[in-house]
Design a protein around this ligand. Structure first.
Ligand code: ADP
Ligand code: SF4
Length: 683
């Protein structure tokens, strides 16, 4: 199929200084949870992005010196020749596909604690590190000279590693950014005071980077282009003046806003295209090519943004993670095949857990090198065995699609009258509508897979599965929310919680009746899950006018959402809605409309009146069929069934990302095609 001419504009080459990008698709620097510790895994992932059509592919934040050490978070490094060789792997993988490789040189200032190097952090002021009880020391003139030297040396290594684009990173609250801020920068020398002085370090580093790279690399600046209320950047007028002042110096401007929760906002709170309004003005001020992000997944929105003159490049982190082949799919005239990002920020979450990147929509993300999984190509089937998949949620759908693409004959049986499982159910909750993309991307694939037969309203029991007699059976039967209080806090069912009238689980509330199944009085929600479910239910119920109290064993609502940039806005929204949040307590009993809670520190009891209690604790795998089938191996053999597997939540309840990965893995590894995972040794 040919590309739609409306999208030709996206494929125009763009010149940035001495380099030319072959199109307008630009993967901005984004963390991967791999950094310096996983160079081959990382190179393979970045290479796949280039193969998929991204004309510029960048590293994550790349430290220039030991005084910028973000342990335990995985970050890239260009400290020495060994680091140079590690980065060269990525450069080679990207250039192999005709794309430009970029590196984001970085110094963390007071944000970081230098836990590994034990160098005292330094910054414009002595400030506490983000997560540790250490303060930076106040820098002096020698530190500025050192900073310039390290930056120059790192740029020189970047040049020798083969990078095409080298960044000066002056935003996100890191060291260079803090020079720009009047209230923080109280220097009385040529680096403090007037705007030109505060911006001097950025101007110098741009020039010195250009010299260190012999004028052969494009020099990019990542900079705050817009101020938000409560944001960390300079005031709006100052931003404008700085952009005008520094604009001509750089070859490319990578513009962000000064609220990270907005820039990479969770889709519960932030829509696509969040920067669109201010970019055109900023672009006019710098007079150079501009890139910015906005979680764009459709070519119409992208082409409109370019035509409006807002940007020269469509910047993407998340859309390029969810679909590394997004540009090629548009080019091939198949935008309907794009695997659209759902904005869940699971890709970001595992960086803060120190683990390699993963994605809800794209199970191959991070597995390109270490498992050899390509996002678009799968090996041909290894046998002619037909496969029965029971359950059409994320795990079952992903398995069916991947097996179908491999050429296997597949039967997918779903008990309900619709496919999608929890992705479809949860998509009806407040703020989670993008979850439906997990289902819809796979339904689109099924339309093109004639070897996958789908049966709705087909609940299967063990006898029916044996009667069907497919040699391979995958049970993707999901999980149900527990009704007995067992979870993170209670490791066994809590008899005082079971069975009382007025007790509900998220599954009840996700049914047709929604919040109407509750009685009219106040509602207590026990959140021992600590992710999004309790807070979206609280929002849904509160909007019906009922009083809602969210009782959590954590210190705040949606505590795990700290990893997904979700907790801050969740708590703000619940407070604004009038939901009472009761932290650090467990619900221990419920009877006669009285909810008993206990302090997690002192076990001191308290009670509140509420005729409704919603338990959001943990989920029990729906694995009864698995145990029934495998308990009778002779009957299985007689039915010609040689393999029975559990996949997704039926095996181990988790994130949708876990279920999709589990379904994909099953489909890849069937017929014993298991490839041992390459575990690179992190530093
Ligand atoms: P996962 O996230 O692991 O894919 P879900 O809970 O989202 O799990 O989906 C499980 C799906 O399996 C649901 O759509 C459910 O209706 C279906 N299912 C459960 N048991 C059966 C069964 N015995 N026969 C057919 N479908 C089933
Ligand atoms: Fe998008 Fe979620 Fe994948 Fe991140 S993990 S790229 S937010 S779908």
């Amino acid at each position: 199929m040919a590309r739609d001419p409306r999208f030709d504009i996206l494929f125009e080459p763009v010149t940035i200084g001495p380099k030319t990008a072959r199109n307008r698709f630009y993967q901005v620097p984004h963390c991967t949870g791999m950094g310096r510790g996983w160079p081959r895994t990382l190179a393979a992932m970045r290479g796949v992005k280039a193969e998929g059509g991204w004309a510029v592919v960048n590293t994550e934040y790349c430290s220039i010196d030991r005084t910028s050490d973000d342990t335990p978070y995985p970050y890239a490094r260009l400290w020495d020749e060994e680091d140079l060789r590690a980065n060269a792997l990525m450069v080679e993988a990207v250039r192999e596909h005709g794309s430009l490789a970029g590196v984001e040189l970085w110094h963390g200032g007071s944000s970081i604690a230098n836990l590994a190097s034990r160098e005292p952090p330094f910054d414009l002021q002595s400030l506490p590190a983000r997560g540790d009880p250490i303060q930076s020391r106040k820098l002096d003139a020698q530190d500025i000279r050192d900073l310039r030297r390290w930056h120059r040396q790192a740029a020189e290594r970047a040049y020798r590693a083969g990078f095409d684009v080298v960044y000066v990173y002056a935003t996100h609250g890191y060291l260079l950014h803090n020079f720009l801020l009047g209230p923080m920068n109280d220097r009385r020398d040529e680096y403090g005071g007037c705007l030109e002085n505060r911006a001097r370090i950025v101007a110098e580093l741009v020039e010195e980077t250009r010299e260190a790279t012999k004028g052969e690399c494009a020099v990019a600046v990542r900079f705050t282009g817009s101020h938000s209320p409560g944001g960390f950047g300079p005031e709006p007028d100052e931003i404008r003046d700085m952009l005008a002042h520094l604009g001509p110096l750089a070859d490319l401007w990578d513009l962000v806003c000064d609220d990270y929760g907005m820039e990479m906002g969770h889709s519960r709170f932030v829509d696509e295209g969040v920067h669109a309004d201010w970019l055109a003005e900023a672009r006019g001020l710098v007079g150079k090519p501009v890139v910015s992000v906005g979680r764009y997944t459709t070519p119409d929105a992208m082409a409109t943004l370019i035509r409006r003159g807002a940007v020269d490049f469509i910047g993407a982190a998340r859309p390029s993670i969810a679909d590394p082949f997004l540009p090629n799919k548009i080019e091939a005239g198949e935008p309907e095949r794009i695997r659209e990002c759902i904005g869940c920020n699971i890709c970001y979450a595992f960086d803060t857990r120190g683990a390699p990147i993963r994605c809800t929509q794209n199970p191959t993300m991070g597995e390109e090198g270490r498992r050899g999984w390509h996002p678009e190509r799968v090996p041909a089937r290894g046998s002619d065995r037909s496969i029965l998949i029971v359950g059409g949620g994320p795990a079952g759908l992903e398995a069916a699609c991947t097996l179908g693409r491999r050429g296997y004959d597949v039967v997918l049986a779903e008990a309900s009258n619709t496919l999608g499982g929890r992705a479809g159910r949860e998509a009806r909750l407040p703020g989670l509508s993008t979850w439906a993309r997990v289902r819809d991307y796979r339904l689109e694939q099924l339309t093109r897979l004639s070897n996958v037969e789908t049966y709705l309203e087909s609940p299967l029991d063990a006898a029916a599965i044996r009667d069907l007699g497919h040699p391979v059976v995958a049970l993707a039967t999901g999980a149900r929310w527990r009704r007995d209080g067992m979870g993170r806090w209670f490791h066994a069912p809590v008899p005082a919680l079971e069975g009382d009238e007025g007790l509900y689980t998220p599954d009840d509330l996700m049914g047709e009746g929604g919040a109407d199944i509750l009685s009219g009085g106040p509602v207590a929600i026990f959140d021992d899950d600590q992710h999004y479910m309790a807070s979206v239910l609280a929002e849904m119920i509160r909007k019906t006018g009922r009083a809602v109290t969210l009782i959590t064993t954590a210190g705040r609502a949606c505590a795990w959402g700290a990893h997904t940039e979700e907790d801050f806005r969740t708590n703000a929204r619940l407070i604004e809605l009038g939901v009472e949040i009761v932290p650090n307590r467990a619900v221990s009993a419920f009877a006669g409309g009285v909810v008993e809670t206990r302090c997690i520190f002192t076990d001191r009891a308290a009670s509140m009146a509420a005729p409704n209690l919603v338990l959001v604790t943990s989920r029990a795998p729906e694995d009864g069929l698995y145990h029934e089938l495998t308990a009778a191996p002779d009957a299985l053999a007689e039915a010609g069934i040689g393999q029975v597997a559990r996949i997704g939540d039926a095996l181990a309840p988790g994130l949708i990302a876990h279920a999709v990965h589990g379904g994909h893995r099953f489909a890849r590894e069937i017929d014993d095609a298991v490839v041992p995972i390459l575990m690179e040794a992190p530093d």
